[in-house]
Design a protein around this ligand. Structure first.
Ligand SMILES: Nc1ncnc2c1ncn2[C@@H]1O[C@H](COP(=O)(O)OP(=O)(O)O)[C@@H](O)[C@H]1O
Ligand SMILES: [Mg+2]
Length: 255
């Protein structure tokens, strides 16, 4: 996968006024993701997670879903972060409306916001349930995913951070690929690596890393806002190991 940069400072959701560089960056992220799709996957399911809150997961996954819809694909975006729902805000919806939690619990069936953007359907998180992990591991969700796979070209899941809860691990059998979101300057390399190892141990496939809020000011770009970088996992992992080694060397010399 090629490196990719995307900016989210001045945008919430991609639209016609979004700067060209930002649109291009999301398009490239989309292209890179497409390379990870195996032909036999009729409708790949992608999810995003991280080690902490506020890394930019919701921002990235919502824009990615929009970007796939803009390509003419039929896309479903699902807010699976039932403890900290956010996706409804991007679309100007009411957070109290029924969503995934009501759908899985059988309280309500009609929760899909059809064509919230051209080609994009949305399921918000719904009201915060007492048992988010149980809902995400339920057979009902597996059945829903099987149903959605017959209707959509792509499904995107916003997930909670892996370091706080284990929700994101629990339905990984149904997720074709995980994006791992890292907020530049906030997440420690070691935490990221431990989280990724934990995920891989339970069979989750990491298809890419998004380095969000990476400041390229002074890099020569005429876009001097904060950017996100997207790289393949192996490449990122190497850099992170190097950074972790550098950090421990510095700590040792400080003592
Ligand atoms: N690259 C970025 N630059 C500036 N602000 C960002 C960036 N990415 C996310 N944010 C902001 O950070 C906050 C947390 O982002 P969010 O996507 O909700 O994170 P998460 O879903 O991981 O908790 C939001 O206010 C969002 O607008
Ligand atoms: Mg979120």
């Amino acid at each position: 996968m090629k490196k990719n940069m995307l900016a989210t400072t001045s945008i919430k959701l991609l639209n016609e006024t979004t700067p060209f560089a930002v649109r291009e960056a999301f398009n490239q992220l989309r292209t890179n993701l497409l390379y990870t799709v195996i032909e036999s996957d009729s409708c790949p399911v992608f999810a995003i997670t991280s080690v902490s809150e506020s890394s930019g997961k919701s921002t990235v996954i919502a824009n990615l879903a929009v970007s796939f819809a803009q390509m003419g694909k039929k896309v479903l975006l699902v807010d699976g972060d039932m403890r900290c729902p956010m996706v409804y805000r991007f679309f100007g919806l009411d957070g109290q409306q029924a969503g995934l939690s009501e759908l899985i619990s059988g309280i309500q069936t009609d929760v899909i916001h059809k064509d919230i953007r051209p080609g994009l359907d949305l399921i918000t998180s719904g009201r915060i349930p007492p048992n988010p992990s149980e809902l995400l591991t339920s057979q009902k969700l597996q059945d829903l995913l099987a149903e959605w796979k017959t209707v959509y070209d792509f499904v995107f899941f916003d997930f909670p951070p892996i370091g706080v809860v284990t929700d994101a691990l629990t339905i990984c059998q149904s997720v074709n690929g995980y994006l791992f979101d890292v907020r530049s300057g906030r997440n420690h390399a070691k935490d990221v690596l431990v989280a990724i190892e934990d995920m891989e141990q339970v069979g989750a496939k990491i298809v890419g890393i998004v380095l969000n809020d990476y400041n390229i000011k002074g890099s020569g770009s005429r876009y001097s806002s904060r950017y996100s970088k997207y790289g393949k996992y192996g490449e990122y992992q190497k850099n992170q190991y190097e950074q972790a080694a550098e950090l421990s060397k510095r700590k040792a010399s400080d003592q």
